[in-house]
Design a binder for this molecule. Structure first.
Ligand code: HEC
Ligand code: HEC
Ligand code: HEC
Ligand code: HEC
Ligand code: HEC
Ligand code: HEC
Ligand code: HEC
Ligand code: HEC
Length: 452
């Protein structure tokens, strides 16, 4: 055992936060290489304090304990304490015996003075996984909630139009909808525990009381935190579905989804990070193209890194920004190069190049053939005062919204991920219908100089 590891074993045995002292500076280690963190824990058994948590919680929530027992964390001895113990002055710190109903449990197992928090922010994972957190913080996923904060029209949609401005009930659409995918700012009650308004939620962009952002269990759920789970398309499907971003449906419609659905259950999903390669699997999943290492390409937790276009905005432009808050986050040409590297392990260059030429043509057709003319009509009606004040009760504005937010995204994302039904029937077919409808309303309003 070298001196560094000896130090780590002693430090981690004392208190989990000490691990932060021993981390290499972010960025110096290999992406996806866990050898650094392995050294911390592999030679450490569980301390008596850590064992006590498990002994009692086996009775309290056997489901949580059995997930943990089955996990890599369980195997290498990363315990409940490592993630849930916090300093006494943490805003989320509680003592079991002061706050929780402990009746029926052997309180002798409780270690007096050990403060715990039900919330586990990404900053806790960052003690042992700094690279993944840094990459996440540079990704479009980081902004999932941050970007909603300033958008008054969306708050009006949720609270007024959907929530009917009912004082006690108007936040329900957020609590059961937006927040479960996008996250929210988690607030605390007087005990330091999360409020009903803000938790539980599985959203991607939670802002925690300590300011750290994200949700590391969005794709590898607690308490297994399994890479096998995150590599399957279902890890993305709970959010990337539906009329406005049907990525799981698009995947299933693609030849890749065909291959996955036909035989994915016999593929090798557990291969170590950085070593998961064709042979373990025959076709790519969401993770393979957007995150995992393949060939020369390294694993990333920045899902924006391999993108060329912005495929969700009203009009698609090439990505060219380092700011995670920018819709154009990423470097388009670099991103395309990386994405093509993911294809290169299984396809020829001409197959990949021609495919992207087909797809890019579809994106440009959407921009120039649909969005631009629709936007021109919208601007003209706006200037002439021929739009209703309530956009959700105005046939023109609703159709315009569907054109970019639903049909337009389906056409673009369907084309870029090889899904003909979404590119065509749910995409361009409906786009031309939208455009004719917009032209009709536009002409009627101009002729009559009034809103029908
Ligand atoms: C003697 C039994 C016992 C021991 C020992 C114990 N817990 Fe608990 N724990 C409980 C009970 C009971 C609850 C409340 C369960 C509920 O609300 O459903 C709880 C709740 C929690 C919660 C949720 C807190 C909240 O705000 O609701 C966390 C996190 C937690 N325990 C972690 C730990 C950790 C970490 C340890 C080891 C340091 C530990 N527990 C030791 C019995 C125990
Ligand atoms: C690798 C870190 C990690 C470890 C180890 C860990 N947890 Fe958790 N735990 C989490 C995360 C993340 C959450 C979700 C909290 C949030 O939403 O911020 C959570 C949530 C919880 C909750 C509330 C969830 C619910 O569904 O009610 C309890 C209780 C809990 N953990 C107990 C435990 C116990 C007991 C152990 C040990 C067997 C343990 N945890 C080990 C990370 C961890
Ligand atoms: C005390 C250090 C520590 C903390 C805190 C920690 N981890 Fe880990 N994590 C490890 C170690 C050690 C491994 C196993 C490395 C190996 O497999 O060689 C691991 C493995 C993993 C894996 C790979 C699992 C697999 O199936 O191979 C994931 C995913 C993961 N951690 C996520 C998290 C998340 C999310 C958090 C925060 C909620 C977290 N970890 C907190 C140390 C930690
Ligand atoms: C908990 C919900 C959730 C899960 C699970 C999820 N995402 Fe996302 N994803 C989002 C949200 C919300 C956004 C939009 C972020 C924004 O622009 O505000 C997003 C955006 C993206 C983007 C576009 C980023 C950009 O820069 O525009 C990609 C690519 C992406 N996700 C891929 C994935 C993949 C691949 C998975 C699974 C491995 C996944 N996501 C799992 C919620 C999720
Ligand atoms: C089922 C999960 C889910 C729900 C519910 C959801 N979103 Fe999203 N949202 C996403 C995903 C995934 C993306 C990324 C789309 C993409 O990259 O193509 C996204 C993108 C966005 C964007 C950026 C693109 C844009 O349209 O400007 C905003 C803003 C947004 N969502 C706001 C909201 C609001 C507000 C709500 C509730 C009224 C909501 N979302 C409900 C998953 C969801
Ligand atoms: C969008 C989905 C998604 C989110 C969110 C996510 N992960 Fe992962 N994670 C994955 C996938 C997919 C892999 C497997 C990559 C591969 O194939 O090797 C993975 C692998 C890992 C590993 C194993 C080492 C590696 O890099 O392959 C660790 C550790 C890890 N994640 C930690 C985290 C932490 C910490 C966070 C929060 C900042 C987080 N993850 C958030 C999808 C996600
Ligand atoms: C064969 C590789 C591949 C697979 C598999 C794949 N994608 Fe994609 N994805 C792409 C490509 C290529 C693009 C377009 C990138 C660009 O801008 O050139 C894209 C675009 C996206 C976008 C739009 C990003 C934006 O700019 O708005 C999202 C979101 C997304 N993918 C999520 C997913 C999800 C979720 C899955 C699985 C259900 C998945 N992808 C499966 C290759 C893939
Ligand atoms: C792990 C291997 C693998 C990776 C990586 C991969 N594909 Fe595929 N792809 C396949 C297989 C297998 C098929 C089915 C071949 C058939 O139809 O006989 C396929 C089919 C296709 C098809 C349908 C047309 C055809 O030739 O059958 C397209 C288009 C395609 N892939 C594009 C891509 C693109 C673009 C990428 C990278 C973003 C990519 N693939 C990454 C394995 C892969």
């Amino acid at each position: 055992m070298n001196v560094r590891i000896l130090f780590l074993v002693i430090a981690t045995a004392l208190l989990a936060p000490a691990i932060v002292l021993a981390q290499q500076p972010a960025g110096t280690e290999q992406v996806g290489d866990l050898s650094g963190v392995k050294a911390i824990t592999i030679e450490r058994g569980l301390t008596p304090e850590a064992k006590n948590c498990i002994t009692c919680h086996r009775a309290v929530q056997p489901g949580i304990v059995s997930d943990w027992v089955d996990s890599r964390h369980g195997h290498v001895g990363v315990s409940c304490l490592d993630c849930h113990a916090v300093a006494e002055d943490s805003p989320t710190a509680i003592l079991h015996e002061e706050v929780l109903d402990m009746e029926g449990y052997d309180q002798n197992l409780l270690d007096r003075g050990v403060y715990v928090s039900v919330l586990v922010p990404p900053s806790t994972c960052a003690r042992c996984h700094p690279v993944e957190v840094e990459q996440f913080d540079s990704s479009g996923h980081f902004r999932s909630f941050h970007q909603i904060i300033p958008k008054d029209s969306l708050h009006a949609l949720v609270l007024t139009h959907e929530g009917r401005d009912l004082p006690d009930l108007k936040t329900a659409p957020d609590e059961t909808g937006c927040m479960q995918c996008h996250g929210t700012e988690i607030k605390l009650d007087d005990d330091g525990r999360p409020t009903q308004r803000t938790w539980p939620n599985g959203g991607m962009g939670n802002i925690y009381p300590d300011g750290s952002t994200g949700n590391c269990s969005a794709c590898h759920t607690r308490h297994k935190f399994s890479i096998a789970e995150a590599r399957k398309p279902w890890a993305c499907a709970s959010c990337h579905l539906g009329p406005d971003h049907p990525d799981i449906e698009i995947f299933e419609n693609s030849k890749h989804g065909h291959v996955y659905n036909a035989e994915g259950d016999s593929w090798e999903w557990d291969t170590a990070p950085g070593a998961w390669e064709p042979g373990d699997y025959r076709g790519p999943t969401c993770a393979t193209c957007h995150m995992s290492g393949i060939g020369e390409l390294r694993t990333t937790h920045n899902v924006s890194e391999r993108l060329y276009w912005n495929g969700w905005a009203k009009r698609s432009e090439v990505r060219n920004s380092n700011d995670p808050m920018s819709p154009l986050l990423g470097n388009g040409p670099e991103g395309r190069k990386k994405m093509k590297q993911a294809c290169a392990s299984c396809h020829s260059e001409i197959h990949t190049d021609n495919f992207f030429d087909q797809a890019d043509k579809a994106v440009r057709l959407y921009n120039e053939g649909y969005y631009d003319p629709a936007k021109k009509m919208l601007d003209e009606l706006q200037a002439k005062g021929l739009l209703k004040e309530n956009p959700w009760n105005d046939e023109f504005q609703i159709t315009f919204y569907h054109l970019w937010h639903h049909e337009g995204r389906r056409a673009r994302q369907g084309a870029l991920m090889g899904a003909p039904d979404y590119a065509h029937w749910h995409g361009f077919f409906e786009l031309q219908q939208d455009l004719y409808k917009l032209q009709d309303i536009y002409e009627k309003r101009l002729e009559s100089n009034s809103i029908e």
